[in-house]
Ligand binder design. Sequence first.
Ligand SMILES: O=C([C@H](O)CO)[C@H](O)[C@H](O)COP(=O)(O)O
Length: 183
Amino acid sequence: MDFYKETALSCIKEVHAVVEKVSEDQLHYLANMLTTAKRIFISGEGRSGLMGKAFAMRLMHAGYHVYVVGETVTPSIERGDLLVLISGSGSSVAAYDFAKKTREKDASIALVTTNRDAEIGKISDKLLVLPAATKYRKTNEPDTIQPLGNQFDQSVHILLDALIVYLNQESNEKMRKRHTNME
Ligand SMILES: O=C([C@H](O)CO)[C@H](O)[C@H](O)COP(=O)(O)O
């Protein structure tokens, strides 16, 4: 088989290994938080943020009231809202600050991370823990052929897409109509 295809299939196997180990209870809990939140705020730095934006877009298509933290049109977070923080390491400084602010405002926090001992986790309502490699290559992280946090990013993307399949009640047509008509 070609080298590139072989490599892609190895990446898929790496994601499979992570997804297999994720707690179904944690996924259910996060799904419940998403459906009961007044509004959903999504945040993450770098590639974690890109995975978050992809998730936010599908939530919007599915009819959820969702914002991406840091966008100019994103309002202040309030009681009843949910902040979904995506951080592979669980140690991004901005993520901690956003979590603290969210706590002060009495809104809920769900942290998606590899690090169950993260400081942010201690002030979060719920964690979704993915046993994936991050850019830090900690001793408890799995081996990966990929650079930095790719394995985490890809696993987050697939798991959040799977949540959309579960949470979405809309037809493809209705979702497509919500999709931007300015492209
Ligand atoms: O962009 C990223 C980097 O390329 C590692 O894959 C990370 O997503 C970014 O550095 C944020 O880190 P985490 O908060 O640990 O996800």
